[in-house]
Design a binder for this molecule. Sequence first.
Ligand code: UDP
Length: 265
Amino acid sequence: MGTMDILGAKISDMDMVETVCALAAYIDVGRREETDRLHHIVTLNAEILYRAQTEPKLMEVINNAALVTADGSGIVLAADKLCGQKIERVTGIDLMTELCRRSSSCGWKVYLLGAAPGVAEAAAQNLIEQYGTQVVGWHDGYFTPEEQAWVIGEINEKKPDILFVGLGAPRQEFWITENKSKLRVPLAIGVGGCFDVISGNLQRAPKAFQKMGIEWLWRLLKEPWRYKRMMALPKFVLLVNREARRKKMLAAENQPQPKKKVRGK
Ligand code: UDP
């Protein structure tokens, strides 16, 4: 178990089971030692990694996270082409669902921050009904800078073990990083639009789309206004192919050349 360097980002090669174990350990350390250390988890997709190529601050935020999982099939493809590793997708929604499913048996309390007013609450109700998740609080993601101190105060007061932040990527990644020292939470995970899906407001792609690695196509059909952001996907694939060719050429150049035979010897 370790990390791979994919286009400058250190991405975990752990599958879902290993990832949940690693996160459980982060929570345990946070509880036992009562440290204020927050572990930031990024569920990374190709669109954000492509953006990070030209935004060094974003790349820094990604690489300062405790763990970066491969949220999208673009990252899985890049891991194969650039590092020769077959990894499993660990998406934000699957990770959130898995942690919430284990919440009551593991004694983990969760807080939901993000999405339009009413959505986080509806998601919380569904999680409580479906899995018996210990949801200790929620707040929408449309608070003003003046209200922010109150929101952070409330989160700290409710003492969650896991803070799910659904402000959209990369806004949520910057928000967690900027407020790391104020939040008394062992684990904060950026989960994008997951509350919209868990609340039932938005339908996730059918399993067949997920298996084929074309969940992005479903999102495009359901939310066509995304097309501009999604233009990053083909550009990401081109970049990965270019980088794979470059790596191959470098490897060929570094191969030891066969010794030339000297005549007469
Ligand atoms: N959102 C929010 N506050 C904001 C902007 C967005 O809470 O200031 C929420 C929005 O309501 C939605 C989520 O962030 O629930 C963004 O979802 P999207 O699917 O665009 O994010 P992605 O999964 O692509 O990161």
